[in-house]
Ligand binder design. Structure first.
Ligand code: B12
Length: 137
């Protein structure tokens, strides 16, 4: 399924108690505090959460999503190499027939102080459905 077809679909959460979210910090990134907070928040909100923790590969995210029939993958990246670690993520999802999965990414996604609009555009072009800035400084 190509990008255009995907964006025409209604991708949204419906049954919180049935929808599984995969969480994790991608690549060689070991920042764990935000990841734990996201787990606590989404669990308290009633979602089923599978938290893969830190230093998670694209393949590990995808395997977990397939095993749990997850609705969304929430990728975190804090150490500045998110744009490298996330490259090809959407393509790999499509290759593994995860064609309806929501991909969200957040954190401190690139090195330095690039305006968020530029970062957002970059990750959207990479196939992420939503991009979130770091909320703590
Ligand atoms: C604590 C810390 C560390 C600790 C981590 C300990 C641990 N167990 O987590 C240690 C000392 C190990 C560390 C190491 C490094 N760090 Co550090 N670290 C920090 C620091 C001070 C705080 C991070 C934190 O815990 N924040 C609190 C949590 C609650 O916030 P958060 O992580 O941002 O997560 C929230 C949001 O971003 C958002 N969010 C995150 N992901 C997602 C995903 C989605 C889908 C959504 C919706 C929301 C969302 O929700 C979260 C919860 O509110 C930050 C500076 C800062 N102010 O952020 C630097 C910082 C992240 N580190 C940085 C760097 C460079 C490094 C190192 C590379 C340093 C080095 N040269 O070795 C290494 C990397 C090691 C590695 N392999 O990952 C830089 C990154 C710079 C960049 N991106 O351009 C920062 C920003 C410091 C700086 N100003 O330079 N670090």
């Amino acid at each position: 399924m190509n990008q255009e077809n995907r964006s025409n679909q209604k991708l949204e959460f419906r049954n919180m108690d049935q929808d599984t979210i995969i969480l994790g910090v991608i690549g060689a990134d070991c920042h764990s505090v935000g990841n734990k907070i996201l787990e606590l928040f989404f669990t308290a909100e009633g979602f089923k959460v599978l938290n893969l923790g830190v230093m998670v590969s694209q393949q590990e995210f995808i395997n977990a999503a397939i095993e749990t029939n997850a609705k969304a993958i929430f990728v975190s990246s804090l150490y500045g190499h998110g744009d490298i670690d996330c490259q090809g993520f959407r393509d790999l999802c499509l290759e593994k027939v995860l064609d309806r999965i929501l991909l969200y990414v957040g954190g401190n996604l690139v090195v330095g102080k690039t305006p968020f609009e530029i970062v957002e555009e970059k990750f959207k072009k990479m196939g992420f459905d939503r991009v979130f800035p770091q909320t703590s400084t």
